[in-house]
Design a protein. Structure first.
Length: 332
């Protein structure tokens, strides 16, 4: 679940506490081309103010108009948009897309408090809503879980479904961590060098002064984990790569030129890594966007991580760069 949806829940709680009537709107199903995926969340206030989104804008306008004209549901209700081509065009759903939503009134915020508290502790939690009984249950979730709706029970997952381990605590790492947080990553930065870890100041992230290879082992990397080494220090970067390339992590990348990447692979071949494991290394790290600044490089790295996560071919790479094969869409 996108961390922006946690902001929607936080705003819903605040509005409810102020005495306003509040409704939560969740995308439960889409057909064709739709701007927002199942699970996307919007909060609607009684005066028409909204936070979050469920479409490109026109559906939100219609929801606002309904509330302002007195259409205020008292129990969870289903809403469908784009049933006909004319309606799809009217609500800005491209390519004849269709959209089904659940709109529910907020009667209590205790479950929101629990979700926000547990996700703040980096827990992954699921919120289950029974549309018939209106019962809400909060439970632990697993990274492999995704949003689901069986016609009666809605189950939404909140918290970071993905993890990113960044090796090195320099300026690039700080920008990379800040950008990764709203992309649904739980971020851990590792740097044992005292002159670097004393200046780490990125809220919402975890920091470790342990040796990188130890951190990889402790984290027990899974297919929802990404590792990015950006220290420029082979003693640190190579240590983490030796462990990460043997793990199920969906992405392992290291900063460096094509020449340095070739030398790094030669060093890795001296250890107990197979050619297939070494070939998994994304190097030079990131897509070729022509960037030079830390922020531009961070965008290039995250663009590649997202492409790999979504199973998209890495066509925007520098000629001669290592492009691991066998990319699988982990969101399917």
């Amino acid at each position: 679940m996108d961390s922006l949806d946690l902001q929607v829940l936080s705003q819903a709680r605040d509005w409810f506490t102020e005495g306003r009537k509040v409704w939560l709107v969740t995308v439960i199903e889409t057909w064709g081309s739709a701007p927002r995926p199942p699970g996307a969340l919007l909060c609607l206030r009684d005066d028409g103010l909204v936070v979050g989104s469920v479409s490109g804008g026109c559906v939100e306008d219609d929801l606002i108009d309904r509330v302002r004209h007195g259409e205020r549901v008292d129990e969870p209700s289903l809403i469908a948009y784009g049933v006909t081509k004319e309606e799809a065009a009217r609500f800005g759903l491209p390519c004849g897309g269709n959209l089904r939503l659940v709109q529910e009134p907020l009667h209590d915020t205790a479950w929101i408090d629990e979700v926000l508290a547990r996700t703040a502790r980096h827990e992954l939690v699921a919120r289950q809503l029974d549309l018939q009984s209106r019962e809400i249950l909060i439970s632990s979730a697993h990274r492999s879980e995704s949003f689901s709706f069986d016609g009666r029970v809605l189950r939404a997952v909140f918290g970071p479904r993905w993890r990113m381990l960044i090796i090195g605590a320099g300026q690039l790492s700080r920008v990379l961590a800040q950008m990764a947080l709203p992309l649904d990553f739980e971020v851990t930065c590792c740097d044992p060098r005292e002159e670097y870890h004393l200046t780490w100041d990125v809220p919402g992230t975890q920091f470790s002064k342990s040796m990188p290879d130890d951190v990889v082992v402790e984290m027990q990397l899974d297919p929802h984990s990404a590792v990015v080494a950006v220290t420029h220090d082979p003693k640190l970067d190579d240590m983490v790569l030796l462990e990460a390339l043997k793990s199920p992590a969906f992405y392992v990348g290291a900063l460096g030129s094509r020449g340095n990447t070739a030398k790094r692979k030669e060093r890795l071949a001296m250890f107990d890594l197979s050619p297939q494991e070494i070939a998994r290394l994304h190097g030079p790290v990131g897509l070729d966007l022509g960037g030079k600044t830390p922020a531009e490089i961070a965008v290039a790295i995250l663009a590649e991580v997202i492409a790999v996560r979504n199973g998209v071919a890495l066509v925007q790479k520098k000629e001669g760069s290592a492009v691991p094969s066998g990319i699988v869409n982990l969101n399917s």
